[in-house]
Design a protein around this ligand. Sequence first.
Ligand SMILES: [Zn+2]
Length: 131
Amino acid sequence: MLFLSLRKVKHMKLDAAFIAARKEDLEKRKLELLKDLNIDAVQVTDDDYDAKFPDFGDKDDENAAEVAVFEKNLSMEKALEVSLFNVNRSLKKIEEGDYGVCDKCGAPINPKRLEAFPSASTCMECKKKSL
Ligand SMILES: [Zn+2]
């Protein structure tokens, strides 16, 4: 639960309970991501591809499908890795006591944003600018 006094909301200081709840969200997300990445890792071939390259057969008409699946998995794994990176980064920020501080401008990130995206590392203003 989120308990912030009006004064605290105005200054956007995060209390310990809020941070503890976000830490719980992040750790849950991290486990999910690791699980997802492990599922991929189990299926990685002996050739140690970063993304799995499923063997659909040697016939020419099957190779296109094979490449398409490979590319799909590559981008999926990449997305998972980026998510994991952001989650780890946020957990590190919690450890260092600067969770909820924008990476780009140093302004406090709106707690509502952190509730929706616990791994958000920038404030809405910087997020908008980077789009
Ligand atoms: Zn910012």
